[in-house]
Design a protein around this ligand. Structure first.
Ligand code: CUA
Length: 344
């Protein structure tokens, strides 16, 4: 059970009651009037009625109030569900044919399972490695499509410990029906114990830090602001001015969220930052998988203080705020960018 279960049930039963009441009323009066007012003689003509203001205002007014009430309640539920609260704990989900891979910021990875504490808001950031899937927890009354090449989010708060079904709710190929799993909602102290018995590999951000060096990002993205590519400290969550290179199209500013960082890793020529040249950074399309991208994002996120000065919740261990100095693997490239044009 989740924070949405009771209000969705109420909404369902209100709609069922209204529709059932109207359908039963129509059937009742249909039969009653057919019996009461049917034609008795061949020559019988009904009396002509010229309108009735009271009856007309009632059959316009009552349905209007009813339907607008249902719309307002439905819209409120929709917005509550679509807008994850800022203090939610974050979990990352990658769907692929045919399994769900989940990862906690502390580093735990799971397949077709997800452990969560009850009484805490949980936000899922989800993407797919191949086709469209849909993450569906019927008992929580939440469902969200999981799409390739973008992030979608879903949030909920489990209210009762237990084991709940997880389904894929979008036909995704031969073994779609086998793309199922379990959500384990645990008491907070049990969840803490579960977390501690797992995290051998370190948090997502520290895995991301290793990838940052492995993919040689550190060669160009220096932390002193003097590298050939932008300094990534403080990038996450900030507003970026677009317009560098030749990519001036679309919006001129963009918020550096997960989607933006992911796009820049896979297609650096898109949305080039003002003051920077395009074509310097290679695309990592095909070299990096979705889980590694999420780890890199967690690392870049950990380089940015969250509002209020604390380090972003996604940092998970290892870093805790210190701006790590990159290990230089390749040749120093500082002078390549922003220098005078080459003249033979
Ligand atoms: Cu994945 Cu259906």
């Amino acid at each position: 059970m989740s924070n949405f279960t009771a209000s969705y049930n109420l909404f369902f039963w209100i709609m069922a009651a209204v529709c059932g009441f109207v359908a039963a009323g129509i059937a009742f009066f249909l039969i009653l009037f057919a019996a009461r007012y049917h034609r008795r003689r061949e020559s019988e003509l009904p009396p002509q009625i010229q309108g009735n203001a009271i009856a007309e205002s009632l059959w316009i007014g009552i349905p209007f109030v009813l339907f607008m009430g249902m719309f307002a309640y439905g819209a409120k539920l929709y917005f509550d569900m679509r807008l994850p609260p800022a203090d939610a704990m974050e979990i990352y989900v990658v769907g692929k044919q045919w399994m769900w891979k989940t990862q906690h910021p502390e580093g735990e990875r799971e397949i077709n399972e997800l452990h969560i504490p009850v009484g805490r808001r949980v936000k899922l950031t989800m993407t797919s490695e191949d086709v469209i899937h849909s993450f569906f927890i019927p008992d929580f009354r939440v469902k969200q499509d999981v799409l390739p090449n973008r992030y979608t989010t879903l949030w909920f708060q489990a209210t009762k410990p237990g084991k709940y079904h997880l389904f894929c709710a979008e036909y995704c190929g031969a073994k779609h029906s086998g793309m199922i799993g379990w959500i384990y909602a645990m008491e907070p102290h049990e969840y803490q114990a579960w977390l501690e018995q797992g995290a051998a590999e370190g948090g997502m951000a520290s895995t991301g830090e290793k990838l940052f060096h492995q993919f040689q990002c550190a060669n160009c993205h220096h932390f002193d602001g003097r590298g050939p590519c932008p300094d990534l400290q403080g990038l996450y969550g900030s507003t970026v001015q677009i317009g560098g290179g030749t990519s001036v199209s679309g919006p001129t500013t963009v918020v550096a969220d997960e989607s933006y960082i992911r796009e820049k890793i896979l297609n650096p020529r898109a949305k080039v930052v003002q003051g920077w040249k395009e074509g310097y950074m290679p695309s990592f399309q095909g070299q990096i998988d979705e889980e590694q991208i999420l780890d890199l994002i967690a690392y870049i996120r950990a380089l940015s203080p969250a509002p209020g000065g604390a380090i972003a919740s996604g940092s998970g261990g290892a870093l805790q705020g210190a701006a790590p100095q990159p290990t230089i693997i390749g040749p120093e490239a500082t002078s390549i960018h922003n220098t005078a044009p080459y003249r033979p």
